[in-house]
Design a protein around this ligand. Structure first.
Ligand SMILES: Nc1ncnc2c1ncn2[C@@H]1O[C@H](COP(=O)(O)OP(=O)(O)O)[C@@H](O)[C@H]1O
Ligand SMILES: [Mg+2]
Length: 317
């Protein structure tokens, strides 16, 4: 089967991103001139969906926007991006989430988020997409969404679907459900504790945390190490991936492209080790630009990941 025929459903946030690049933050009472402004479809769900689409999947989003102009515009952009939006609820009276990403001065990023409770997913929203979820080859579930909606999504996946969970579970019940159903679990360094129940200190601890999670069901676990790098572990091995590329311009969305590329590689039948390189190369690509929206090229990503993987294998013998 070609990658282009794989269907990926992403369950998560759909938002408008406003990305403003500035040289300096204004003093109180002062003002700053914006050097670059980008307004676009964003949110973790949409960004993961765009990445999967760019990597060749047929993508459907499950999420919530408001019935305002911003909601209409971001859905139009998703359609232009080739993404299915039949599963995105337009909630009457709700405001579409707005994520302000202030980038600059160099190395500094600030996020200001306006996310109304009304645009969080409810179990009913997810149950309305049962058919779509049931027919997906892979389902990406964002654990930032409320527990009951996450549970509904996990329940709706086909038995042989690749189920990928990203983030920190909202509560103990969700944590148990995620570990018993997800094939792949990913968390950044701030999210790990909610997943394993203790706080890893350093790379060796993160490897131990990943192995603990593997013993509870998932077959691939990816955890970020505080201070840089990611551990990707599977039942008979693990790799510690460095952060690739230059100093990032804006780390926003690094994890979202990471998890999307990891998913697409595993869906394509790559080993977890090579999939880890797809993920790291994709993350390094998105953090080079302001904003979380990926601009991935499937052939380039595949070639670069394989080259980096072979180089690493050659140097470690
Ligand atoms: N300089 C960098 N080069 C490559 N990847 C990076 C870099 N900085 C951050 N990352 C990636 O970004 C990820 C951050 O994850 P996360 O905090 O979940 O981001 P988000 O939720 O904003 O997408 C890390 O897993 C790491 O792989
Ligand atoms: Mg993240």
């Amino acid at each position: 089967m070609e990658d282009s025929e794989r269907k990926v459903v992403v369950v998560g946030q759909v938002a408008r991103d406003l990305v403003l690049s500035i040289d300096d933050l204004p003093e109180e009472g002062g003002s700053a001139t914006v050097r670059e402004r980008r307004e676009m479809l964003g949110g973790k769900g949409a960004n993961q969906g765009v990445a999967c689409r760019q990597l060749g999947a047929r993508v459907e989003l499950v999420g919530v926007v408001g019935d305002d102009a911003a909601g209409r515009e971001v859905l139009e952009q998703a359609v232009d991006d080739g993404i299915g939006v039949a599963g995105v609820v337009r909630r009457a009276g709700a405001r579409t989430a707005l994520l302000l990403d202030l980038v600059g001065p160099p190395g500094v990023r600030r996020l200001v988020e306006d996310v109304d409770d009304q645009v969080l997913l409810r179990p009913d929203d997810v149950e309305g997409c049962r058919e779509s979820l049931r027919s997906a080859d892979a389902v990406l579930v964002q654990l930032q969404q409320p527990g009951p909606a996450v549970a509904a999504a996990l329940d709706a996946c086909a038995e042989d679907a690749l189920v990928v969970a990203d983030g920190a579970p909202a509560d103990e019940d969700t944590r148990r459900r995620v570990l018993s159903r997800a094939d792949v679990v990913r968390a950044d360094s701030a999210e790990i504790q909610a997943l394993v129940g203790w706080k890893p200190d350093g790379e060796q601890d993160v490897v131990r945390a990943a192995q603990e999670l593997l013993s509870q069901g998932p077959r691939v676990v990816a955890l970020s190490v505080s201070g840089g790098g990611d551990v990707i572990a599977w039942p008979d091995g693990h790799v510690v991936m460095p952060l690739l590329g230059e100093e990032p311009v804006d780390p926003t969305g690094g994890g979202d492209s990471f998890v999307a590329a990891l998913t697409m590689a595993l869906l394509a039948g790559e080993t977890p080790e090579l999939a880890a390189w797809w993920a790291a190369v994709a993350a390094a690509d998105v953090v080079r630009r302001p904003g979380g929206r990926p601009e991935l090229d499937a052939d380039r990503l595949r070639t670069e990941a394989r080259r980096a993987y072979e180089e690493a294998a050659a140097t470690t013998g």
